[in-house]
Design a binder for this molecule. Structure first.
Ligand code: 13P
Ligand code: SF4
Length: 305
């Protein structure tokens, strides 16, 4: 029995379901029951019938799944799989902003720790941030932790006053503008598709800016045949699978999220077999951090109607 067959057997035995983000390795994407961007995964995590969720992603994703499903067991194949940006804001600064500004909403990118969520009004992902911020009644928006996504949203919602925080995703922040321009010179017909975690210089030369799913949808619908993809390289697998005949280029220095790539088939099988690496979130933390997450899900649903 190979590793994939072993995982399928264990999933049935343990009444488990596997969720995976598009940034994980292709072989992990292949064993996932549900694969998507952060918003899709947080939505799908609610209402699953299985007792156990194996979350193939980074820690804030497993943590959010646990907060939204406190009665389920959530297992992480690797407890070290973390998102650096999730820690790039502080409770002290949130408090200072709340004391300084009246009528301020703390908008927390889902890529954040449960502790930061506890002190926030609403969570957002890159797929729904513009819509949710637009719908908030508050004039002042303190957007944590990502400054790049914050600036992208601020450009779309000029009627609000943004207070920025200096967090960033190292993978998107360090993509090289020069390498993107070189790729465009080599492939002038290619459209540039960019995640909003990229800095302004990259966003400014892009044809489309959106979440991981947004990029996938855009590439599928576009009449063009070539694309330069400015996001983590795990997305290449789904892009190529769904679009035979189209070509996807990445920058020469490929953007790789170290945390996401820690997930392997062996580790997924191991946690399924042993029940190790269970996500633990205290009752108090769940009680407080579920509010902004639930607000996001509710507001996103209203927007869809
Ligand atoms: P998405 O919201 O597109 O899934 O982005 C998550 C992420 O971690 C981007 O770096
Ligand atoms: Fe975090 Fe960046 Fe990795 Fe996304 S790509 S999980 S934001 S470190």
């Amino acid at each position: 029995m190979n590793m994939t067959e072993k995982i399928q057997r264990l999933k049935k035995e343990k009444d488990a379901v596997i969720l995976a983000h598009y940034y994980v390795r292709p072989e992990i994407q292949d064993i996932a029951d549900y694969i998507g961007d952060s918003f899709y995964l947080s939505r799908i995590a609610v209402g699953l019938k299985e007792k156990t969720i194996v979350f193939c992603g980074v820690s804030f994703m497993g943590e959010s799944a646990k907060i939204l499903n406190p009665d389920k067991t959530v297992l992480m194949p690797d407890m070290e799989a973390d998102c650096e940006m999730a820690h790039m804001a502080t409770v002290e600064e949130i408090q200072r902003i709340k004391d300084t500004y009246e009528d301020v909403a703390v908008v927390c990118y889902i890529n954040s720790t449960a502790e930061l969520k506890c002190h926030s009004d609403v969570c957002v992902t890159s797929a729904n941030a513009v819509k949710i911020v637009k719908a908030l009644p508050n004039k002042n928006i303190y957007f944590i932790p990502d400054r790049n996504l914050a600036h992208f949203v601020a450009e779309q919602v000029p009627e609000k006053n943004f207070i920025f925080n200096e967090g960033f995703c190292p993978v998107h922040e360090r993509m090289k503008l020069l390498e993107i321009k070189q790729a465009k010179e080599a492939h002038p017909d290619a459209e540039i598709l960019t995640h909003p975690e990229c800095p302004e210089g990259i966003r400014n030369i892009s044809d489309y800016i959106g979440s991981t799913s947004g990029i996938l949808n855009y590439a599928a619908k576009s009449e063009r045949k070539e694309f330069i993809i400015c996001t983590e390289n795990g997305v290449r697998y789904e892009l190529e699978k769904k679009n035979p005949g189209k070509i996807f280029y990445f920058t020469e220095t490929e953007p790789v999220c170290k945390g996401m790539k820690l997930i392997t088939l062996d580790k997924a099988a191991h946690v399924l077999e042993t029940g190790e690496n269970e996500v633990q979130v205290s009752e108090e933390l769940i009680r407080e951090s579920v509010k902004p997450l639930q607000n996001m899900l509710d507001m996103a649903k209203q927007r869809e109607q």
